[in-house]
Design a binder for this molecule. Structure first.
Ligand code: SF4
Length: 220
């Protein structure tokens, strides 16, 4: 299977680098070819900034925008456009080999409402967020397997309000079920969240003031 082959390829090359203390041009090209393809679920443009920066060079990144939890259609459009805006600006700044691609899932709020039924009164970070994460991660894993990716992940862990242990557990379970590697990194660590704030300013991105579902919008 491609995933296993890539893993062997990377280990062999790393061994060779460790032994020789240097990497030849030929090896460098092979390591580049070994770079896993990740389908990175993104909750929004601002959160994706710091994650893309951190993963750049290690992965071939495709952003997957699948967020049926954003129940207000106008807000959904705003966040979707912000995501596209970031990708365009980012790709204009970097080398062609590190450019990121974009895939979009369907906007299906009915599926979200069904998934969180009974948990409407929960606070952000409570029980409602479990099926919400599950829904978005599962669609990412399904899309990753259909579209030939090795790895999947999510930008959700950038947020200080998101429970990394829960995201990790759900991602690992789905990875086992779909035969994919889940990139279980807590992106808020090492200043990840602060970096996303800085980069959002630098790229002039719209930053929302609530998580996404109507139940998390306390200003209405
Ligand atoms: S608060 Fe955020 S993570 Fe929780 S259910 Fe609503 S949109 Fe999903």
């Amino acid at each position: 299977m491609k995933k296993g082959k890539d893993k062997d390829c990377i280990s062999e090359r790393l061994e060779s680098v460790q032994k020789n203390q240097f990497i030849s041009l030929e090896d460098m090209n092979e390591v580049r070819m070994c770079r896993p393809k990740i389908l990175l679920h993104s909750c929004c443009g601002p959160c994706s900034t710091a994650v893309v920066e951190r993963l750049s060079g290690r992965f071939d990144i495709t952003i997957f925008f699948y967020n049926p939890n954003i129940t207000d259609k106008d807000e959904y459009e705003k966040r979707r456009k912000t995501q596209l805006d970031f990708i365009e600006k980012y790709n204009n700044r970097i080398n062609s080999k590190d450019r990121i691609a974009y895939l979009e899932g369907p906007y299906e709020t009915a599926i979200f409402y069904t998934a969180v039924k009974g948990f409407e009164q929960e606070l952000e970070g409570g029980k409602r967020c479990i099926p919400c994460f599950q829904l978005r991660l599962e669609k990412t894993a399904e899309t990753a397997i259909i579209s030939g990716f090795d790895t999947f992940g999510t930008t959700l862990s950038v947020s200080p309000y998101k429970n990394f242990e829960l995201i990790y557990k759900l991602g690992m379970q789905l990875g086992m079920r779909y035969g994919l590697t889940f990139l279980g990194e807590d992106f808020k660590k090492q200043g990840g969240y602060q970096r996303s704030v800085e980069l959002s300013k630098e790229y002039h991105l719209y930053r929302q003031h609530y998580c996404g579902c109507e139940f998390s919008n306390t200003t209405t």
